[in-house]
Design a protein around this ligand. Structure first.
Ligand SMILES: NC(=O)C1=CN([C@@H]2O[C@H](COP(=O)(O)OP(=O)(O)OC[C@H]3O[C@@H](n4cnc5c(N)ncnc54)[C@H](O)[C@@H]3O)[C@@H](O)[C@H]2O)C=CC1
Ligand SMILES: CC(=O)C(C)=O
Length: 257
């Protein structure tokens, strides 16, 4: 296979798991992250395993940066086939205390980042005259809205909406746009969410928020990056050619949609 994928926010967490699975599937991968040190170390790890990867640092909230990420794919590997808008941040705060700065920051990264990544990828697919796949990180919080995660949940609902609109506009170009919606995965994001929820609640001990959320999962265990990577691997493959405009939940049975 000679296919090329960009995965944003892939120095760690779910993005790293997704990039690894795509590399195993035979993709050449552009690793992308804002954290340059972690990105370099992930790139080294992948190269040591024999995978064909390059890395580009940058902030997904900046529109022009996505042109650089696409260019890295084309300059290094000749084309672009799949663009994964994975990077995202969390904010844990009571609704009434959420600030303008917090709202602007989380929407800039989680929503504008997805919009700009989708635009850059779609433009490249159209220039190539090829089909293409865009995959966006949504969440169970794009289907259900959570207390203390009001801003975050709103961004993930917005990601679902952008996925729907983009899939309708780009269908005639044979570009599909879907979203993957993870549940409760024990990445650094959840470490932060747990710590913040505990900080706001005197009755909670460290680990309690994570236990509460993951304890409700029907399959009885929290999510691993590989669980998310398996869904993304399928959505990135030719087997998903007839699927577009969907926000598919992978959560072990937590939010039933
Ligand atoms: N961990 C979970 O349980 C869930 C995560 N998600 C979503 O999955 C995606 C990945 O989540 P995790 O891996 O858990 O997060 P994480 O916080 O563990 O890792 C995110 C990565 O994105 C990078 N990043 C952050 N801001 C960036 C920016 N402006 N530009 C480029 N890179 C940036 C970080 O440096 C980090 O390497 C996010 O969009 C998140 O909202 C959705 C549902 C559940
Ligand atoms: C982190 C996340 O997406 C949650 C709480 O659903």
């Amino acid at each position: 296979m000679n296919k090329v994928a960009v995965v944003t926010g892939s120095a760690a967490g779910l993005g790293k798991g997704i990039a690894l699975q795509l590399a195993k599937d035979g993709f050449k991968v552009v690793l992308q992250d804002i954290n340059e040190d972690a990105l370099k170390s992930t790139e080294k790890e992948f190269k040591n395993e024999g995978y064909e990867v390059v890395s580009v640092a940058g902030d997904v909230s900046k529109r022009d940066k996505h042109t650089d990420f696409v260019k890295a794919a084309v300059d290094n590997f000749g084309q672009l086939d799949v663009y994964v808008n994975n990077a995202g941040i969390d904010i844990v705060a009571p609704f009434i205390e959420t600030t303008e700065e917090q709202m602007n920051k989380i929407f800039a990264i989680n929503v504008n980042g997805v919009m700009f990544g989708t635009q850059a990828a779609a433009r490249q697919f159209m220039d190539q005259g090829s089909k293409g796949k865009i995959l966006n990180a949504c969440s169970i919080a794009g289907h259900e809205s959570y207390e203390m995660l009001g801003a975050y949940s709103a961004t993930k609902h917005a990601v679902k909406s952008l996925t729907h609109s983009a899939s309708k506009e780009f269908a005639k170009e044979n570009i599909t746009v879907n979203a993957y919606c993870p549940g409760v995965a024990k990445t650094e994001m959840w470490d932060r969410i747990d710590a913040e929820m505990v900080r706001y609640n005197d009755d909670m001990e460290p680990g309690d928020a994570f236990k509460e959320f993951s304890g409700a999962i029907s399959l009885g265990r929290y999510q691993e990056p590989q669980d998310v990577a398996n869904l993304v691997s399928f959505l990135a493959s030719d087997k998903a050619d007839y699927i577009t405009g969907q926000a598919i939940v992978t959560d072990g049975g937590l939010v039933y949609r």
